[in-house]
Design a protein around this ligand. Structure first.
Ligand code: ZN
Ligand code: FE
Length: 748
């Protein structure tokens, strides 16, 4: 006889881990216990040596599907003579760092029961088990127990309780467990009155959707606004009401077969669509759904993930539904019932609301397949708040991110927890959500602010910076934006000492010298810091960050830097008067800033290729340019030479302007531009690699969301034997900044 105490860390709570351990211990004739600990799961087992051995092997070899074991500590104990194995109740502790499981899409077993007439949970929208269901969106505090979830309002009836208590049952300790008899319900409210009952309300909602109405639906992490995606009138009405002119809407396809009909799905894209996070996946559209995604060949698609979604399609809703966050313009998604009624009045014709409260707002995630594997563009439901890295620090760190696509990262006992997507902090509502999330995370992980290091952007006027300066903290560390981008990639791989060439391309970030950076090459390590080695030659930017809204405004600032630009200044194509007005401002140096931003160079080339209107969402002109380039076959790159420590855009723009005057096809121009940027990246990074005795090139920043550019770089990098690393756990856009800030501040 021998005894062993095991401490398991990782995603091990709320994923059916304890019942699994229980069954495994019984199968191996072991006595002891298992309990949820504040920072993981504690297991004590005793029995014969070979049985203990077999137990330990299976434990790590075949954990439950949604579990992720990050560490396992084993120590020897004197046997206590326990004959039974039991599941003990959780033990709360002072500093909980147990990972909270993200929300999980409905599993196959629950889905089968949902449509089984004989099952007690037949057509019940809150069906779930230990393998599936809400987690992060129902947890009010840690450790994860029913009494600390939003399900505490519904005491279980005898049948649910029996399943909850039975270690052999799939629902053993499934915290959000409920049935139609004891649990919450849905109802439909509209001007016509209220429809009660799960089935009746879902049927009424499906009927409304068929007739072109807009229905607000309460899901897992908030409300969606939904309408028939094939009904152009309904889609345009939704755009109108939402004040959303052009930004694409995501759609939900009833089944994978339907998704295949509307988009080209690679096996990798299908895998992503079906993953338990069920993100919105961007793929090439096969059909045009008028008004859904104007001006782009891509479509954002997701599959049903909540039982409610399956019910609504089964009740006869159109097979393709627009599913967009319920909010106005770019406000955060509504998730509280009163808030939804208040904010969505006039937007939705009816509300399909459920009684279970949502503990915190969590948007749908957005992902795509890329040259180097899946790319997360918005990390939220299904991923957050999973830890993405382990940092070599003991003290807690809070990194508050950047002002666009904000996320925060909290590091507790070395584990870096990245928050759900919060959004752009230029709105009052988003700033409130930002402060709420910080408070939520500090509270949930019970962080002592006296020990806290707060990392923030270098930009002195960012809302996130200003808030960081007000938080109680032991220390504050400003981190330069583009270095944070590079560090985010290296942090994901725990590569603190690897010397890398960091290529950081994005729209905007505050540089060391106070100018607007965004086309930077760094050399260094996370532990030792990054030195700016090369950058895009600086150009003028009229109106600073505001120029991002007007590609022609960017074009004026870049073109004005051309030496013999007089004949090029008046392009032969029609340009809005804004262009010439901006040129005059540049010449007089009025409201003009300096920038090395590649994002603005993309805007410039988009303007010169014909995108002369105002953009209505971030990155629109660059996306337009990428689509344009994809329509051409590969062509010779434009000249984009490295002069000293600067990439000189002047020969590039002069060539584009000349080509435009000669009437060259703009698709070819866009393609040659992409090739030029890819070639310049590989040449410049290759030289830096040689000079610094490394082969590792790290790419990050919003510009690298451009898959055509990444593919062109990947092809060239292979020839030059450069190893390319990009983000995979966090977005390459500013959603990944908080992780990079956390990593760099941990080393400072
Ligand atoms: Zn299930
Ligand atoms: Fe950025």
């Amino acid at each position: 006889m021998a005894g062993r105490l095991l401490h398991v860390r990782g995603v091990v709570q709320g994923v059916g881990f304890r019942p699994y351990v229980y069954r495994l211990a019984n199968a191996n004739n072991l006595g002891g216990w298992v309990l949820n600990h504040a920072d993981g799961v504690e297991i004590y087992v005793e029995g014969a040596e070979p049985d203990l051995e077999a137990f330990a092997i299976s434990l790590t070899a075949q954990p439950p599907a949604a579990a992720q074991i990050s560490s396992l500590e084993v120590s020897e104990r004197q046997p206590l003579g326990l004959a039974q194995f039991e599941i003990r109740s959780s033990r709360p502790a002072a500093s909980p760092s147990a990972r909270i499981s993200p929300d999980l899409a409905i599993c196959g077993a629950c889905l089968a029961e949902l449509f089984d007439r004989e099952d007690p949970r037949y057509l019940y929208p809150y069906i779930n088990c230990t393998d599936c269901g809400p987690r992060f969106t129902v947890i009010e505090s840690l450790p994860y127990d029913r009494a600390r979830t939003t399900m505490r309002h519904w005491p279980m009836d005898a049948r649910c309780q029996a399943q909850y208590d039975d270690p052999a049952d799939r629902r053993f300790h499934a915290q959000p467990l409920a049935c139609p008899h004891c649990g919450p319900h849905y109802c439909l409210e509209s001007a016509e009155g209220k429809v009660s009952g799960d089935l009746a309300s879902v049927q009424a909602a499906a009927q409304l959707l068929r007739t072109g109405a807009i229905v607000a639906m309460k899901g897992i992490g908030g409300f969606h606004l939904s309408c028939d995606a094939s009904n152009a009138q309904a889609v345009l009405l939704l755009r109108d009401r939402k004040f959303r002119k052009e930004k694409p809407f995501a759609v939900m396809a009833a089944t994978l077969q339907v998704a295949r009909q509307i988009a080209d799905l690679t096996p990798a894209a299908e895998k992503l669509l079906l993953s338990s996070a069920r993100p919105i996946v961007l793929a090439r559209a096969r059909v045009e759904l008028r008004g859904v995604a104007p001006d782009t060949h891509e479509l954002g698609i997701m599959l049903p993930y909540a039982p409610l979604h399956h019910l609504i399609f089964a009740a006869g809703a159109p097979e393709i539904l627009v599913m967009t966050s319920a909010n106005r313009s770019s406000e955060p998604i509504a998730y509280r019932d009163e808030e939804a009624r208040e904010h969505l009045s006039g937007l939705a014709d009816a509300y399909l609301t459920g009684e279970r409260p949502i503990a915190r707002r969590v948007d749908d995630s957005v992902a795509r397949t890329g040259v180097f594997g899946p790319v997360i563009l918005r990390r939220s439901r299904g991923y957050a708040p999973g830890a993405v890295a382990t940092l070599p620090v003991r003290n807690p760190i809070l990194a508050v991110g950047a002002d666009l696509k904000n996320t925060i990262t909290l590091v507790v006992e070395g584990e870096a927890f990245v928050s759900q997507h919060i959004g752009d902090l230029d709105h009052y509502e988003a700033r409130a959500a930002f402060r709420e999330t910080i408070h939520d995370f500090l509270d949930m992980y019970r962080v002592d602010c006296g020990e806290l290091t707060v990392a923030h952007d270098f930009h002195p006027e960012y809302a996130s910076t200003l808030h960081a300066l007000e938080l109680p903290a032991r220390a504050r560390v400003p981190v330069q934006h583009h270095r944070a981008h590079i560090a985010s990639v290296l942090a994901e791989r725990q590569a603190w000492e690897r010397c890398a060439i960091g290529v950081s391309f994005d729209g905007t970030g505050y540089g060391d010298d106070g100018t607007i950076w965004g086309g930077e090459f760094f050399v260094g390590t996370v532990s030792g810091g990054f030195r700016r080695a090369l950058h895009l030659r600086t150009a003028s930017l009229v109106g600073g960050d505001a120029a991002a809204r007007f590609p022609v405004q960017c074009a004026a600032g870049f073109v004005s830097r051309l030496e013999d630009s007089t004949d090029l200044l008046q392009p032969p194509f029609r340009f809005p008067s804004r262009y010439l007005a901006c040129l005059r401002l540049v010449q007089k140096q009025i409201r003009t800033f300096q920038t090395s931003s590649i994002g603005r160079l993309f805007d410039t080339v988009a303007a010169l290729s014909g995108f002369t209107r105002e953009i209505t969402f971030e990155g629109q002109a660059a996306i337009w340019l990428e689509q344009l380039a994809r329509a051409a076959t590969p062509v010779q790159p434009y000249p984009f030479p490295l002069e000293g420590t600067e990439l000189d855009f002047r020969p590039l723009l002069a060539a584009i302007l000349r080509d435009r005057q000669h009437g060259r096809d703009t698709r070819e121009i866009a393609r040659a531009f992409h090739a030029a940027v890819a070639q310049a990246v590989c040449q410049a990074a290759g030289q830096l690699c040689e000079a610094n005795n490394t082969t590792l090139v790290v790419l990050s920043g919003g510009v690298f969301q451009n898959e055509l550019l990444v593919a062109e770089i990947a092809a060239r990098a292979q020839q030059e034997r450069l190893e390319i690393w990009m983000n995979s756990a966090v977005p390459p856009n500013d959603g990944g900044i908080s992780l990079g800030q956390a990593a760099l501040s941990a080393m400072s």
